[in-house]
Design a protein around this ligand. Sequence first.
Ligand SMILES: [Zn+2]
Length: 312
Amino acid sequence: MRSLLFVHAHPDDETLATGGTIAHYAARADVEVTLVTCTLGEQGEVIPPELGQLAAEEADQLGGWRIAELRRAMAELGVTDHRFLGGAGRFRDSGMMGTPANHRPRAFWRAAQDDRLFQAAVTALVEVIREVRPQVLVSYDEVGGYGHPDHIMAHRVATAAAAAAARPGQPAGGAPWQVAKFYWTAMPRSAMQRQLAALRGAADQPFELPPSVDEISSVVADELVTTVIHAPDQQPAKAERPVRLAQVDVGTAAAGERGAQFRVHQPVAQREDRANAPGVDDVRPVHRCDHERNRQEGADADHADDVRRGGL
Ligand SMILES: [Zn+2]
């Protein structure tokens, strides 16, 4: 039995970024899928007027609502093993970078300043890693895809936990476990370009669109994407179409396609040390190419094989 662990920041990230991949592997009998969600997404924007009272600045009940939403989403994707990091509500959604919510006592982003909080998060994830023993870990890159503090922290915690889980003894019980591969989610530029073009051509689409794909901070150069998971089994009617979009049923012209694009992280043995992790001021909109590093380290053949197989 193989194990695949996803570490996401908020309820909905798992579906928006990796829903196709999750469903694809959850449907296989030989793979166990585990999702860890780091916060309840309490600071999320509430769009339906009838739910407006849930918002953080109103009754602050959005987190509880999203637990139930996530449970339903997991049922749709076929995931039975889902946990919140450290238990539901242990870490709070930090809101967008630079907002007062960054400083709330349980804000996940506070772990950037508070080493005890950071170690608590890492320990909680080490416990999960040593329990489910995943060959493959999936989370975000060092800028969290688009700079949200909770996504950045999810990357740092996942990186540190993968390393710590492999070291005997610390910081949690259980036998050491070495994660073999760590993938970062990614949205290739060409895929986003096609998606934008499709949206522009769609009748009655309600969204205000950016003038160019370059306005979208989460986009990465195509050559950084090393692995694509095709999930046609999740959409039999569209099995002939190339599945390369990460959005799932978001009302776009491409709605219903499921897929995800992954960029390969350096092998976890050469992990980024937390001491060298970028601080708030260092968050960059430009993504580093780890593919080149992988090539230098001789891991390229393995990763290229991933791409050809379309699997992990
Ligand atoms: Zn998120």
